[in-house]
Ligand binder design. Structure first.
Ligand SMILES: Nc1ncnc2c1ncn2[C@@H]1O[C@H](COP(=O)(O)OP(=O)(O)OP(=O)(O)O)[C@@H](O)[C@H]1O
Length: 296
């Protein structure tokens, strides 16, 4: 399964939300989508699912299916599920009813439902009516419904909303287990959490993908040091910082360590220890750091 967006453009009034967006993804990937509120994450999902028609451009599945007629839409929708919204749950039905509904609609079988309930630790409440559930219980049910649908493509908007730390960890583990035979999109404001399971994170800004962060082993290493603008400006007067250094959100200096030898790296570490007692880290830049770089 491949998904391709080509020149997708959509505006509301004179506001361009997606501006000639091009993007390709395939099975086996989890793609994080990061951007501030109101940027266009949900709109992008709505276009992929054909809930909203773009003004121009195309969404292509497997290199051949588009939303050009009902027959192809049906083929695509058999392979694609979108994360349910809590307000769409049926208050008078039980969790199990919801799981069976999704399992039957997409997967054609309810044989996985018991295992899903166990995996998501929903056994103690899943037989009760939804109207008795807490926010976190509802959210876990929504996720369980996606697992029951078991489609090759999943669009997960705000999947971690309202979950406590343990449940965020549990769902993160499930995402990793599920991704082998799926293409999963996750739009989230839990930025550090995306680092745990995403293969890539795309950052939307002004209708475009401004950055794509890929989690590979050869990501560039940086020396990262907390400092404020005054400290940064003073440092710039004292030394010539290496080419490619980034000062993020007026709080974090990142010096690229790729391509410089150990002796030189050590020299920089020693230099940074002077006049600075804040935490120093060495590693690649994560979702939080790129987010601040682009939106702070
Ligand atoms: N039907 C619509 N009519 C007019 N404007 C819309 C419509 N749907 C979305 N928008 C606007 O498009 C922009 C993008 O909205 P979208 O919901 O895609 O953002 P988002 O990145 O998902 O935000 P959030 O993080 O808050 O979920 C917003 O400014 C929103 O007001």
């Amino acid at each position: 399964m491949m998904l391709t967006l080509t020149n997708v453009k959509i505006s509301y009034g004179d506001r361009v939300i997606l501006d000639d967006l091009d993007f390709t993804a395939k099975i086996g990937e989890i793609i994080g989508v990061a951007a501030p509120n109101g940027t266009g994450k949900t709109t992008m999902f709505n276009v992929i699912a054909n809930f909203v028609r773009p003004d121009s451009g195309k969404v292509l599945f497997d290199g051949k299916y588009t939303y050009k007629n009902e027959k192809e839409e049906l083929i695509i929708h058999k392979k694609l599920a979108t994360f349910p919204e809590q307000k769409d749950l049926f208050e008078e039905l039980s969790g199990i009813d919801h799981l069976k509904l999704y399992a039957n609609m997409w997967n054609g079988s309810t044989k996985n439902v018991t295992a899903i309930i166990e995996r998501l630790q929903m056994g103690h409440y899943v037989k009760r009516k939804v109207r008795t559930y807490s926010l976190g219980m509802r959210q876990r049910l929504c996720f369980a419904m996606m697992m029951a649908a078991d489609t090759p493509v999943m669009l997960m908007d705000e999947v971690m909303n309202g979950l406590d730390v343990d449940n965020v960890a549990l769902i993160s583990e499930c995402l990793l287990e599920m991704k082998r035979d799926k293409l999963i999109f996750v739009a989230s404001h839990l930025l550090e959490n995306l680092d745990l399971y995403a293969d890539r994170v795309i950052f939307l800004k002004a209708g475009k993908i401004v950055h794509e962060l890929r989690f590979t082993n050869d990501n560039e290493t940086y020396l990262k040091l907390e400092m404020n603008l005054d400290e940064y400006e003073k440092l710039c007067k004292d030394v010539t910082l290496p080419e490619g250094h980034i000062f993020i959100a007026e709080r974090l200096l990142c010096l690229p360590f790729a391509g410089i030898n150990i002796a030189e790296q050590t020299k920089w570490i020693e230099r940074m220890l002077i006049d600075n007692d804040s935490e120093m880290k060495i590693g690649p830049l994560g979702t939080v750091e790129y987010y601040e770089k682009y939106y702070a």
